[in-house]
Design a protein around this ligand. Structure first.
Ligand code: NAP
Length: 242
């Protein structure tokens, strides 16, 4: 399905990003794995992607740094030729109640989750414009749709991603570039490993289970394969936010 296409996936060393990388690789895409610092995990992702017979490489890059992002996208262009799919998945949490939330906790989350996506889109955009095609998929969250006590910074960054998605979708539609978002609910990963089984939100998932990275990856692959869906937000949350 994606033979001859190159996908950049941020935060692809672990969790949801890794599941997305493997899914797109299994469908024939060459994969650029972007990660923050976990080189061993990133190399493991690369080796699992190449097992599908595609090309893959890892790039250490802080998505919140415009210098890192510029340098990395230019490396990817050198190594792969172009970029057809961008999945902005890298994300962090620094939870706390709003009255006590430090500016650092606010800034770190906004810089990684929201500014990181803006920097990546800005850097990749010229390549997609030249190719007259592109699929941009931002990983938001149900927190951005519903809000979540203790996650004002995270929810604001994820709601911001939805505004970013719809604006970029409108701006680039005439150029053959689509931009969509996926809003996961509770997905098993390092980010959610401390959520207790008796958390009341878990009991309110209509499908009565947490999700897997593969559940999110399928939605990403679907959006990457469509040329007529743009500005959409697909929830992958077992019905949690309906
Ligand atoms: P995770 O397991 O904690 O993995 C985070 C990934 O992001 C890692 O690959 C990490 O790289 C990378 N990363 C973190 N900061 C970065 C930075 N500044 N620059 C580049 N890469 C960075 O997270 P996850 O649960 O898979 O979540 C992935 C995305 O889905 C996030 O945006 C998250 O907000 C969203 N999401 C998750 C859930 C959930 O239930 N898990 C629900 C809704 C939305 P290293 O390995 O090098 O540290």
């Amino acid at each position: 399905m994606f033979e001859g296409k190159t996908a950049i996936i941020t935060g692809a060393s672990r969790g949801i990003g890794k599941a997305v990388a493997l899914k797109l690789a299994s469908l024939g895409a060459d994969i650029a794995v972007i990660y923050a610092g976990n080189t061993e995990a990133a190399m493991q992702s690369v080796s699992e992607c190449t097992a599908y017979g595609v090309k893959a490489a890892a790039y250490r890059c802080n998505v919140a740094s415009s210098e890192d992002v510029k340098a990395t996208v230019s490396e990817v262009k050198k190594d792969f030729g172009s970029v057809h799919i961008l999945v902005n998945n890298a994300g962090i949490t620094r939870d706390g109640l709003i009255a006590m939330m430090s500016e650092d906790a606010w800034d770190e989350v906004m810089d990684t989750n929201l500014k990181g996506a803006y920097l990546m889109i800005r850097a990749v955009c010229p390549l997609m414009l030249r190719a007259k095609e592109g699929r941009i998929i931002n990983i938001s969250s149900v927190s951005g749709l519903m809000g979540n006590a203790g996650q004002a910074n995270y929810a604001a960054s994820k709601a911001g991603l939805i505004g970013l998605t719809k604006s970029v979708a409108r701006e680039l539609a005439s150029k053959g570039i689509t931009c969509n978002a996926v809003a996961p609910g509770f997905i098993q990963s390092d980010m959610t490993k401390d959520i207790k089984e008796d958390n009341p939100l878990l009991a309110s998932i209509p499908l009565m289970r947490t999700g897997r990275g593969e559940d999110v990856a399928s939605a990403v692959a679907f959006l990457a394969s469509s040329s007529y869906i743009t500005g959409e937000v697909i929830r992958v949350d077992g019905g949690l936010a309906m």
